[in-house]
Ligand binder design. Sequence first.
Ligand code: N01
Length: 542
Amino acid sequence: MTMAKDIKKHFDMVIVGAGFAGMYMVQRARKQGLSVQCYEAGDEVGGTWYWNRYPGARVDIECLEYSYSFSEDLQQEWEWSERYAGQPELLKYANHVADRFDLRENIQFETRVTSAVFDDDAKNWLIETDRGDTVTATFCVMATGLLSAPLKPEFEGLENFAGEQYQTSLWPKGDVDFTGKKVGVIGTGSSGIQVISEVAKSAGELYVFQRTPAYTIPLQNRVIDSKQVDKIKNDYDRLRQFEFDSFAGFALVHSDIAPLPTLSALEVSREELLGEYENRWESGGLSPYYAFTDVLLDEEANETLSEFARKKMKERVTDPILADKLVPKSYPILTRRLSAETDYLEVYNQENVTLVDLYEKPIENFTQTGIVAGGEEIQLDIVVFATGFDVMTGAMDRIDIRGRNGQSLKKRWSDGPTSYLGMMTHGFPNFFWINGPHSPFYNPILLAEFQCDWIIDAIDQLRAQGQDCVEASDNAEAAWVKLTNDIGDMTLFPKSNNYYMGDNIPGRPRHILFFFGGFPTYSAECSKALADLGSSFVTEAA
Ligand code: N01
């Protein structure tokens, strides 16, 4: 460990985080000839797939799509073993990319950035870490992730609980043995659902503490089909183009490129409607998002899919009363994240699994030996918290980031995040983020590539204009926030309590945290902004 407090180094760019976004930013900045330093809190690359190593962690976008597109050689040479890879394989892929492109030489591991402060005079960023590094950078890029700031479980009496405790998003390395144990899992979002399916295999007794039931669909994972892979690899560009033209960055149905929807769910016959939903269910994963044009826009259209999903879910649970509790009734499907799972609902047919419906029996407190819910103590050896994240802004809020005149980013965002293009904000010159607030709801690896490329293009253009500092103009930012909100309000997302609106944090004002206008609209806006660097940005020479 170097105590570099007084050994100041200057970099063209400092990047925070070495997940898929930070890794590509390193690669791209270096290719552009920028000197670059990336800091990563973990001891390896991989971000989400480094931290979320709980049993069952698995991607739900097909790997052929959930992978980098920037290198044709990488696309051709990497072989996925499953249609939807598990966490170990995804981490292996991240490490392979780091090795193949020599990224590690620019990444300092086990180092958490504690502050990034803009120096108004020197016009650069002063960055400090928890290992005593103090460096300056012209450009500061936060690749800190959208689902990377775990929420600390807050339950009365938790400090008294003497059993083992785990959090899905901070899972330890090595195995946790559930064999024969009494295990409680709190939370039934995507993480909870994945871990529950695995823990149910070996736990003596598993208690699932469910507050809001999730809509689920079978993932339909299997060993990858080599013929399908060859077909995609023969013309990978075609798949990527479909992804770029799509709303959310995935285009495969049954592992084949599917045309984007053109029809409303309300304009087809009942037979066609159900046929299409069956087709999507057989394909699995997130494919229902594109079944029809209006499932996220129109309540009646959405209800056709919600109804179908509820029926499919209930068919998998033997006890009809239990099935009813596991099925969402109070909100439109897809407005909370659809959970693509493997044998999740079937676990409730097992004798060792008990659902604790928190609407009937709310958690009162922890004791030394378990959890009291609805007046009864459930004795537990192990508790797993799958209770979610401080989404989008959380990771940046945990760093002391200050722009012009010492203005704190956390304070600027105390009434909700504002941004221009989901990448920058006024008063924070030469400061960018990737996959952060107001970014589109989109395949995160492809979005990272797009945003990193955009940042590099913006820097190039800035320098070509003989300028050194760029920030969003107030007007451009206000217009982007309005567009983001107006589009969000046209969708059904505000119709449920969900983390897309920040609802998972008690007391936090509601705000649309994602750009729901689809990637084609987003990328067009970004291109327009680049072409027009003068009016949407404030630039200045150092
Ligand atoms: O978090 P969540 P997550 N008492 O916020 C419950 C991605 N991901 O980690 O909804 C009791 O969705 C909470 O209940 P409620 C994916 O984008 C992807 O599961 O607030 N319960 C909810 O059930 C996903 O959407 C994969 O009523 C409490 C759960 O905890 C995102 O990460 C896999 C509680 C939190 O669910 C986040 O998923 C995993 C309390 N006090 C994650 N507090 C893939 O498949 C919270 N809950 C790729």
